[in-house]
Design a protein around this ligand. Sequence first.
Ligand code: SF4
Length: 400
Amino acid sequence: MKSIRGVYKVGRGPSSSHTIGPSRAASYLKQKYSEAEGFRVTLQGSLALTGKGHGTENAIVEELKPYPCTVSYDLETEKLHHPNTMIVEAYNENGIVTDTAVVESVGGGDVVIDGESIDTWDDVYPHSTWADISSYCEKEHIGLYDYVFRFEDENIEDFLRFIWDTMKDEITDGVHTDGILPGGLNVIRKAKRLWNSGNLDIGNPADFNRTVCAFAYAASEQNASNGIVVTAPTCGSCGVVPAVLFASQIAENYQDSDIVRALAVAGIIGNLIKTNASVSGAECGCQAEIGSACSMAAAAVAELEHLSLAQIESAAEIAMEHHLGLTCDPVAGLVQIPCIERNAVAATEALTAESLAKYLTSTQKISFDAVVKTMYETGLDLSHMYKETSMGGLAKLYIN
Ligand code: SF4
């Protein structure tokens, strides 16, 4: 299994697969075809259907500058190898196409070009299932955090501190910003309103809950307004993990070193889901994005509370289990409705899952590996109308 660095990417929102992935591909191909005079890009599948709302065209054009670039939308081709595909053509001074690349944006900002991943994350872990990781940890008498530090390179702690600082920035900026989100839906930013309403006493359970929600809104609203966010594991679900961790840090006086430990554990959970299923809304629906984020957050809080390996597994499993089948139906192709509110609700669900795991793990019947497999199979069975196409659900029935 690859490094957890691939789970946490820093980039501009609103979508890891629709903005971060395509712009990473554009950057790569700009260097590869540096002799070109310009580029033509054709978006297919989900990229074509929701690329306008997600800002895909703008991300590609900006990244390919100073080369001229035209972007077209192919709404006809249905049978694609991956639902997020784009064809990039480089042309010469006579307008003749000299090179063509098929790009697949496979989720969380990861990109495959002509069948090859451009990601350089090393295969660092010898295990790729929860069952194997947990039995290794038990045999070695180590926790998940030690497991991460045993196999990653020596800079992983600095990397996770940078990720944590970026997460805190996105929340801090978000709770101090008001106004209307871009895109035309006239969605009002709500993080500041939630954060400022009344006298917050974070030790009070009701206020703690509101703080968690305010922080999830803050990160998600930064994402929806093209701000810099951390994929955890995607842009659309970027509010869940930081909201739960930042609110817990304030409430319980956790040190940043404690949060780094929790991010390492959450990274393993996200990595297992990426390796054995998917974190792409276009491939498996919102269960793959918000369900995965909730699972990561639940495991992170379990680590903060020093729960056992079995309890961490149970927290992550419960969090994913109750998102099975969750559809992706973003209104107007924007990562706003239902996405932002969904981050807040999932953050509170992560805390519930962790709380159940603390007391009920000995009664657990479903393993984490089983729920990940179930999520993947369910995702493959979901109609394409509910996989980031904005053709069904709220996107279809929304009336302005
Ligand atoms: S509905 Fe879920 S998967 Fe779809 S864009 Fe929104 S957050 Fe992402």
